[in-house]
Design a protein around this ligand. Structure first.
Ligand code: PAF
Length: 279
């Protein structure tokens, strides 16, 4: 496995090879990322993973500075799952001048849910992913369903810019107690870690209400958020949405079993966790 830090080295490492399968990450890898790399390996061709903590997708008050940087350990893990090239640029390499050209995803998708609570987040993600795509020029790119809205935003980006890249989605990896794996889980104290699976548990309760014929989305979402608040969480949202466009379904669409997803973000102490469940 080669570890490269510049775009020139990356191009040289990939010269003459089949277009790669690509797994973009911000590092501090866990089993969820490694599962995405394994999925990338199944696509044929070399596998490239990138490690870059992208300042553009963090608001000034967010955790950019304390986001864990664990490059050496990450590289060991990537080697263990058969990654071929790690692209780990520093900020001066990827943003040698202020990145004033940006990719602006549509507000109806990017300013709701995560975008409502993290303004500009999906612009930052779309911009860095577009740039990483130019560097790596992959045939396939693999993203996790844990970041469900991100996956949809990036599918739209590939479609609307006619990028010759197939997006492959990896299922959310979970701990035995149901907690979705996330680099931010490392921020949780012991008691918080024990409580954290309750976010996924709150989502799992929602389909039962629908099965019993409940159709008042606001009431369903409010009940889930109240339940979390009682347990000491500060929820940003719990939202039942259509999978196709992340807009609220009508009662008729729920009756017709339109594919839905319930998405949530909530803070436990200082740590903000997100999760979702397809129903
Ligand atoms: O999902 C992530 O880790 C990041 O948002 C990504 C896609 C690597 C862009 O920085």
């Amino acid at each position: 496995m080669r570890v490269v830090h510049t775009i020139a080295e990356l191009r040289q490492a990939l010269a003459g090879a089949k277009a790669p399968a690509f797994v973009p990450t911000m590092g501090n890898l866990h089993e969820g990322h490694l599962a995405l790399v394994k999925l990338a390996r199944e696509q044929g061709g070399p596998v490239v993973a990138s490690i870059f903590v992208n300042r553009l997708q963090f608001a000034p008050h967010e955790d950019f500075d304390r986001y864990p940087r664990t490059l050496e350990r990450d590289c060991e893990l990537l080697k263990g799952v058969g990654c071929n090239v790690v692209f780990a640029p520093d900020e001066a390499e990827l943003y040698p001048e202020p990145q004033t050209y940006k990719v602006l995803p549509p507000p109806e998708l990017a300013d709701i849910l995560e975008g409502q609570f993290r303004p500009g987040f999906f612009t930052g993600v779309s911009t860095v992913v577009m740039k990483l795509f130019q560097c790596v020029q992959p045939r396939v790119a693999v993203f996790g369903k844990k970041d469900y809205q991100q996956l949809m935003v990036l599918r739209g980006l590939v479609r609307q810019f006619a990028l010759p890249i197939e997006i492959v989605a990896g299922e959310t990896a979970r701990a035995d107690d149901g907690l979705a794996l996330s680099s931010r889980n490392g921020y949780l104290g012991e008691a918080e870690r024990a409580e954290a699976p309750q976010l996924a548990a709150a989502l799992r309760k929602i389909p039962a209400g629908l099965e019993y014929g409940e159709r008042d989305l606001a009431a369903i979402e409010q009940r889930a958020m109240d339940g979390l608040r009682t347990r000491g969480w500060a929820p940003d949202y719990v939202a039942l949405r259509r999978r196709s466009d992340l807009q609220p379904p009508t009662a008729e669409q729920i009756d017709a079993k339109e594919p839905l997803v319930v998405l949530a973000a909530a803070r436990l102490g200082k740590t903000r966790l997100i999760d979702n469940l397809e129903i």
